[in-house]
Design a protein around this ligand. Sequence first.
Ligand code: PHE
Length: 334
Amino acid sequence: AQEIEAASLTNAAELEQFRIAYMGRKGRIADLFDNLKEVAPEQRREVGQQLNQLKNKAQERFDQAQEQLTQNAGASASENTFDFSLPPVPNTLGTRHPLSLVRSEIVRIFERIGFNVSEGPEMEDDWHNFSALNFPENHPAREMQDTFFLSEDRDKLLRTHTSTVQVRLMENQKPPLRSIMPGRVYRNEAISARAHMVFHQVEGLYIDKNVSFADLKQTIYYFAKEMFGQDTKIRFRPSFFPFTEPSAEIDISCLICKGSGCNICKQSGWVEIGGSGMVDPAVLESSGIDPEEYTGFAFGMGIERITMLRYQIKDLRLFTENDVRFLRQFEGVL
Ligand code: PHE
């Protein structure tokens, strides 16, 4: 009995040895049973009972040890069955919005030629959206901006262009200034394939000594070629903005129809991407910069329009509909 108690049963081989030694047909307990006939008849019953106890004890130890072993085996088996070479369960991530993609690409392009990024509030006042930018009181140019006013006296409004940040920058920093200002703007316009009441612009401002229109042109040439490819053609058309003089509209060759005419460029082969010009001396002055000492250029472009040209998107409403079939197409674009 002591031997049975003390036997080491920590693995399958020991267990098998134990079974053969004690429980097998030629094992020790079977031997003892064989010897039972040599026991005196009056003691045989008692000895028989003891042998049966011994047999049960061996069986019990065996059963316990076996159960313990299979449990251990189960645990270590499940540890080992994790296959690290299996492909992962697909984890669908969201995608970056095309407007964000293009915004950061614009920032990267201008950063390479020394522009930093400035931002300002979307809720503005008359001064930053109009007056400081040389829009005279009651001038029709104010009406053309289709402004959403937020107060009765028309002093609080949603900015209609990112030129507001131009004013804030000139008020807060001394030249030289070289910054781009991407942001959301608002205009009370009917929503269509080409226009929305909420859209994005990126304004650029460069103020230093001896900045000329040639610098403006070269900056825009550089940007358009980096953004749309080296074959892109650029055209400046004379225009008017209250805050620049001279002013020019910027057109690029239409990439969607590649010159053959389409609804984006209205058959002309050219498409407008923004406005530009030399900062009006009156604007410099109202922001505390001496126009005798400094000159500068500014430009403003629509990010939706640039994104549509870049990715050949024909309807601006796709940007705000959140249709995943549209958005998924930008998966993996950096
Ligand atoms: N702010 C003008 C607009 O929204 C664009 C512009 C910016 C024009 C800077 C000239 C210079 O239409």
